[in-house]
Design a protein around this ligand. Structure first.
Ligand code: SME
Length: 154
């Protein structure tokens, strides 16, 4: 199946999986599980804004660091700049935080509240270089819009 078709299906699956629930941890956990299982990435999960820090949230994959400061690493930069960041080669990203030495490329997509403030980020890592492109960014942003609609983030 081509990537657009896979994401089209994934978008619908994530929405039906999380709609109608009032359980942010469970909803984010199931969303991460669905994304990871469908796409076969290395690490898929959420970091949630608390004060000046991103705290580790629900994820699928190897153990990860608990706290990331605003502006630090790919996640903290995506938060500070309030935009999606695609990193084709993590070794070329200044300040990249290596939770796993096997991670080679990464994408981070912000989730926002109704005022447009970042409340969390979706972080996805791959063991291959240049896994993510504009197509991934566009679809993952749509998936984050669905998550924002259905998940009551603090
Ligand atoms: N690489 C991320 C840190 C989180 S882990 O990869 C799960 C970063 O630089 O923000």
């Amino acid at each position: 199946m081509d990537k657009n078709k896979t994401y089209e299906l994934l978008l619908k699956q994530v929405e039906s999986l999380i709609e109608g629930e009032d359980n942010p941890v469970g909803q984010l956990a199931n969303a991460a599980a669905q994304l990871q299982e469908t796409m076969g990435w290395w690490w898929t999960g959420f970091y949630i804004v608390k004060g000046d820090t991103l705290q580790l949230g629900p994820f699928q994959g190897p153990i990860a660091c608990y706290n990331i400061k605003r502006g630090r690493g790919v996640c903290g930069t995506a938060w500070q700049e309030n935009r999606t960041i695609v990193v084709p080669d993590v070794e070329q990203f200044p300040g990249h935080i290596a939770c796993s030495s096997l991670s080679r490329s990464e994408i981070v997509v912000p989730l926002r509240d109704k005022q447009g403030q970042v409340t969390a980020v979706l972080d996805i890592d791959s063991k291959d270089l240049a896994t993510f492109d504009d197509t991934d960014a566009q679809w993952l942003e749509q998936i984050c819009r669905v998550i924002e609609r259905h998940v009551n983030l603090p």
